[in-house]
Design a protein around this ligand. Structure first.
Ligand code: GBH
Length: 446
């Protein structure tokens, strides 16, 4: 058995993490500009002011995509290039994306656009940001304008990237922009507004371009069974959809996003008991979409215990990435399967990868055997998901090139291409050549 013949291989990035050119051509500041310029918020005070300078070097990113042989590229469009203060339209903001989209198309690469990857306009944050319902309405307006602009050129959109992170990390844990630490009702308001934004964005994109395909990119707690027994598998499935039961912050849950978006209801948990949530709102949030995108990195291990699912502690010395995230390849099989069974929509892996301590070796090359080993393990399990009946359509590697890893700055390297931040040159790592052979053989060599 192997991947379906039309399985799609790609790579991914996000606007603020690669573009730089933070104040060019009328771009306005987002919460990440403010946050990264606030002392002590990011590693060594790193900011996205220059990042990988993709704004001026997209041709080099294109060469990277061509070397990999991928036919699909997932990238973000910065809200504050098009609406610098969230409200005022800036036509010039499209010039860069016009070039990106046209060059991709000329080279037979399909653009997959992420409409929101965390860059809320600072001007809207000053009015409450995600605590304010107006933010949802304005993001949907932006989505509609983008879809109208790219009508006939772009056919694939993602609404929100990981509300679990931009609300959970940004408004609950405070580790990400805007660095707030809310709980209870005010936190729920943020969440609910993000969900409304998703629904309104789907409506706006459909209105602007009925031929577009729309999905979302979700993350959150993944659980894998300790053993391949029916009992452990069932325990992992139950645990994965138990809102608030595991993890470092409340909102790191797949069903907090996917249940309202696809079933029109929130998980059954006191956190969601609020008069603020009306039937009318839930009807806005629940829109037909075309696919689910999953950003998969690491999972918890779970077994069946006497009183229900139990988390299995990682054994001493168990494998991790440079960020010390656990290496849990079976999530590609089990977690995609749990999601597919529950929501019955085509699934794409919209992000998967790892940070390694990459460097240029004495021979001038970047050897990253840890990345190759990790990917081989994860992709084999993804293949298994397909064999097990999951409608798995594609895989986007995170990330195409090393980039600004949010609060961790440039310390963490997720790319298939190494970026020298002094010269801004890109260089393929060993894993880039390896991934090319995966793409070429449609995973036969795994
Ligand atoms: C994605 O976030 C982002 O979409 C992307 O921009 C980013 O660069 C990429 O991943 C790599 O980080 O609760 O301490 O165990 C994923 C972020 C990763 C956040 C796993 C929660 C678990 C941390 N998530 N993480 S912890």
């Amino acid at each position: 058995m192997s991947f379906p013949t039309d399985f799609l291989w790609g790579a991914a990035s996000a606007a603020y993490q690669i573009e730089g050119a933070a104040s060019e051509d009328g771009r306005g500041p987002s919460v990440w500009d403010t946050f990264s310029h606030t002392p002590e918020k990011t590693f060594d005070g790193h900011t996205g002011d220059i990042a990988c300078d993709s704004y001026h070097r997209f041709e080099e990113d294109l060469e990277a995509l061509k070397l990999l042989g991928v036919k699909h590229y997932r990238f973000g469009i910065s809200w504050t290039r098009i609406f610098p203060d969230g409200r005022t339209f800036n036509e010039r903001g499209f010039a860069y994306y016009d070039k990106v989209v046209d060059l991709l198309l000329q080279n037979g690469i399909t653009p997959w656009v992420t409409l929101f990857h965390w860059d809320t306009p600072q001007a809207l944050e000053d009015e409450g940001g995600w605590q304010n319902r107006e933010t949802a309405r304005l993001l949907a307006q932006f989505a509609g304008v983008v879809a109208e602009h790219f009508h006939g050129r772009v056919y694939h959109y993602f609404t929100l990237n990981e509300p679990q992170c931009f609300i959970g990390l940004g408004y609950e844990a405070g580790w990400h922009a805007p660095g707030k630490t809310l709980s209870g009702a005010p936190l729920l308001t943020c969440w609910h507004n993000a969900m409304l934004a998703h629904g309104m964005m789907v409506q706006a994109v459909r209105k602007a371009d009925p031929s577009a395909q729309i999905g979302l990119a979700s993350c959150g707690l993944g659980c894998v069974p300790e053993r391949e027994s029916e009992a452990d598998i069932e325990a992992a499935r139950t645990a994965m959809f138990s809102f608030g039961a595991y993890g470092n912050f409340t909102l790191f849950s797949q069903n907090a996003f996917l249940d309202p978006a696809l079933f029109g209801r929130y998980p059954d948990h006191p956190f969601f008991d609020s008069p603020e949530i009306t039937k009318e709102d839930l009807a806005i949030i629940q829109q037909p979409i075309d696919f689910i995108g999953l950003n998969f990195y690491n999972a918890y291990v779970v077994r069946a215990g006497k009183n229900g699912p139990e988390q299995v502690p990682f054994y001493r010395g168990s494998p991790t990435t440079a960020l010390r995230w656990a290496i849990t390849p079976t999530m590609m099989h089990y977690c995609t399967k749990f999601i597919y069974e529950r929501y019955q929509l085509p699934v794409y892996i919209t992000e998967n990868g790892l940070s390694c301590n990459d460097k240029v070796y004495l021979d001038g090359k970047v050897h990253d055997p840890d990345r190759i080993d990790f990917l081989q393990r994860y992709l084999r399990e993804l293949k298994r998901a397909g064999e097990d009946g999951v409608d798995i359509r594609g895989y986007f590697h995170w990330s195409l090139i090393d980039n600004f890893e949010w609060a961790d700055g440039y310390k963490e390297r997720f790319g298939l291409f190494f970026v020298d931040y002094q010269t801004l040159e890109r260089q393929p790592k060993d894993s880039a050549f390896w991934y090319r052979s995966v793409v070429e053989t449609n995973g036969e060599n795994l």
